[in-house]
Design a protein around this ligand. Structure first.
Ligand SMILES: NC(=O)C1=CN([C@@H]2O[C@H](COP(=O)(O)OP(=O)(O)OC[C@H]3O[C@@H](n4cnc5c(N)ncnc54)[C@H](OP(=O)(O)O)[C@@H]3O)[C@@H](O)[C@H]2O)C=CC1
Ligand SMILES: O=C(CO)[C@H](O)[C@H](O)COP(=O)(O)O
Ligand SMILES: [Zn+2]
Length: 341
């Protein structure tokens, strides 16, 4: 099969390249319909990664969040037109202990391997899952980020002590919002507090029990467990604040990505017996759990609909660049492309 792949070749520059691909009986060919932008993609688009990283990874098709429709299933199990979510992590090995998203051999799309900005995508059949009809296509575009939130909270459940009284989320952006909606489903009896930098963004978290702008925290405020969803330079301040506002022996889930190493007050972390758990990406089981939650919970679907911040049709290489530029200045929510190339 000859495929058109839309690759980032240098900062802010996309090019179409024709690639010959072999479709085996274990694959399914899909056509992307709606694609959603992650911070990881904008870091490549703007050339924010280290030069050595860019040299190694580009040219590469961006995007690892998206929904597609089936074009051809060699086994005839999936009908053409079936809406599917695509799992960007592609494991090439199995380990009884290490999850697929932490295996160094796994290939992750739009991080060294071509992402979803393609005419067709040929995926192994275990890398797609049908999307229940209850889920709106724009929300379906960012199921991957929902699955990362699910993975983070699953890891929290496996690590934390018995105290579920107050869950604290640091970060008032996309990941913070998604994780907050999931906390309401997975920890229904807990109080949810969201900590952010912008009152105008915190206003969207109307379902949280409390929100705070981070420069006005009551000294005595304590959370039982904490989830960091800030990333970038903000994560140092967030981690420091978490260390000083979490109860002894609490667990801190770290999800934000920082280009530079950040300082951590280990003296206090040691004295209070804190646990830090890094969480990155997700695997098939997290996608399955995310789909179950979305199917079963109309209120979660409604809340996630509020996260669609920018939606535009993309039909050409020129549109791709214009869309990414618009995504960079989009203040609230996910930027979703209606992929029509
Ligand atoms: N682990 C994983 O697998 C994944 C990680 N990520 C990462 O998560 C991070 C967040 O992504 P996303 O939500 O899309 O980004 P957003 O920019 O939408 O959200 C981050 C928000 O956190 C705010 N913030 C910054 N510093 C603090 C602070 N100290 N306390 C509270 N809030 C703060 C930011 O404000 P301001 O803009 O003013 O700085 C911004 O509003 C990124 O680094 C992204 O790469 C994303 C997906 C998956
Ligand atoms: O967004 C993510 C998962 O959804 C990850 O943060 C992303 O994959 C990290 O990749 P990279 O190392 O290329 O920045
Ligand atoms: Zn991502």
């Amino acid at each position: 099969m000859l495929n058109q792949v839309y690759r980032l070749v240098a900062a802010r520059q996309f090019e179409v390249q024709t690639v010959a691909e072999t479709v085996t009986a274990n694959d399914v060919v899909v056509r992307p319909r709606y694609l959603s932008v992650c911070h990881a993609d904008t870091r490549y688009f703007t050339g924010q990664r280290a030069q050595a990283v860019l040299r190694k990874k580009l040219p590469m098709a961006l995007i690892h969040e998206g929904v597609a429709e089936v074009v051809f299933d060699p086994q005839g199990q999936l009908k053409p037109g079936t809406l599917v979510t695509m799992i960007p992590n592609t494991p090439v090995a199995h380990d009884p202990i290490i999850k697929e998203n932490y295996l160094p051999t796994s290939k992750f799309r739009s991080s060294g391997y071509d992402g979803f900005m393609q005419e067709f995508i040929c995926l192994h059949r275990d890398r797609i899952l049908p999307v229940p009809r209850e889920i709106n296509v724009e929300v379906a575009a960012f199921i991957e980020m929902v699955s990362v939130g699910v993975h983070g909270l699953t890891q929290l459940q496996r690590t934390m002590d018995a105290d579920q009284e107050v869950m604290g989320i640091w970060g008032d952006g996309n990941l913070g919002y998604i994780t907050a909606t999931l906390v309401k489903q997975l920890f229904p009896d807990s109080r949810l507090i969201v900590f952010g930098r912008h009152q105008s963004k915190l206003n969207y978290f109307s379902f949280a029990d409390q929100t705070y702008v981070v420069d006005h925290l009551p000294e005595k405020l304590k959370v039982s467990q904490a989830i960091e969803c800030t990333g970038g330079r903000g994560s140092e301040q967030a981690i420091d604040q978490i260390i000083h506002h979490i109860k002894p022996m609490g667990t801190i889930i770290l999800m934000g990505v920082s280009e530079e190493p950040v300082d951590i007050d280990t003296r206090t972390a040691l004295a209070e017996g804190l646990t830090f758990r890094g969480v990155s990406r997700s695997g098939r089981e997290d996608f399955e759990r995310a789909l179950q939650i979305l199917k079963a919970s109309p209120v979660t679907r409604e809340r996630l609909q509020n996260l669609v911040g920018l939606k535009r049709q993309v039909r050409s290489v020129k549109d791709m660049r214009t869309f990414f530029e618009a995504a960079l200045t989009n203040y609230w929510g996910k930027a979703v492309m209606e992929w029509d190339v």
